[in-house]
Design a protein around this ligand. Structure first.
Ligand code: PAF
Length: 286
């Protein structure tokens, strides 16, 4: 059966109701579109774990901070449709802003889901103030609209994944979160919709991000566990055209910052290459 594109919440609810009453397990992959193979791996995982899979394609205005790329964020529904079809997804839910946030004049009028401050005053949340409030709010709405049994999220957005798992637990959403590994190009560059913005030269510079993370992984294997020393290694190796926003080490289970790697940890980086902000991370098992 070919894929169906649905724009209205009421129409989607009807479809889901029918599938649920036929005993189908519903899978959801929330996306902002501009789909690539990283998203495809999430869709394939959802299709494998559910009987009926919905992906949402919605560039969510409330998770963009002032001055960010909301207006210029790539909108590519035609090619998204092809990729979703190739993963055997059943429905693309592509609502308008007005459908998701009807009549809203300013986003401060909206009831929001807000994650704990200590978990957002680090990594991406520190520079993107309010970003995760927007993410958790839209993901909550999507969970309420689709009522999925499972939902797939990628480990590239590792802070987002942690916060969504916590939100699901704290707010008792009846959904199982499936975490999917980060997907890289052969070169090592983490797949991202924002890679589209990079020139060939910038792409070369951007490779230094994953290379530096891998170097840190190797250094830990060689016994360097002091995160200050690991940061020094990163700073001396990162290409000079890559402007570091943060390099942070956190405990994988609690997201607390750590001084030494003596428990499974996440080493995460955000950096700018030209105007493009990129994120990447590695899990360091000990
Ligand atoms: O990861 C993303 O693309 C977005 O943050 C998400 C989860 C689709 C919410 O808009």
């Amino acid at each position: 059966m070919s894929i169906v594109i649905v724009n209205k919440i009421s129409e989607l609810r009807e479809i889901i109701k029918k599938e649920k009453s036929a005993g189908k397990k519903i899978g959801l992959v929330p996306t902002m579109g501009c789909l690539h193979n990283g998203h495809k791996s999430l869709m394939l995982k959802a299709v494998q774990n559910a009987d009926f899979t919905v992906i949402s394609v919605f560039v969510n205005p409330i998770q963009f901070c002032p001055g960010e790329d909301y207006d210029k964020y790539p909108r590519t529904l035609d090619s998204d449709k092809k990729i979703a079809e190739s993963a055997a997804v059943d429905v693309i839910f592509a609502p308008s802003v007005n459908e998701m946030y009807p009549g809203l004049e300013k986003f401060s009028d909206l009831t929001m889901v807000v994650p704990p401050y200590e978990l957002t005053d680090i990594m991406c949340g520190k520079s993107r103030v309010g970003h995760f409030d927007g993410v958790e709010t839209v993901v909550s709405k999507l969970f309420n609209i689709v009522q999925p049994d499972i939902a797939c999220f990628g480990m590239k957005d590792i802070q987002q994944l942690f916060l969504i798992k916590k939100m699901v637990k704290d707010l008792n959403f009846p959904v199982e979160i499936i975490e999917c590994p980060l997907v890289r190009e052969e070169s090592g560059l983490a797949l991202s919709s924002r890679n589209k913005y990079l020139s060939e030269k910038e792409k070369e510079y951007a490779l230094s991000i994953s290379k530096t993370l891998f170097l840190i992984g190797e250094a830990v294997k060689n016994g360097i566990i002091d995160t200050k020393k690991l940061l020094d290694i990163a700073l001396t190796n990162l290409n000079k055209n890559v402007e570091l926003e943060y390099l942070e080490f956190v405990n994988k289970d609690t997201f607390e910052k750590i001084d030494e790697i003596n428990h499974t940890a996440i080493c995460a980086m955000a950096a700018r290459v030209g105007d493009v902000r990129l994120i990447d991370n590695i899990i360091i098992e000990v």
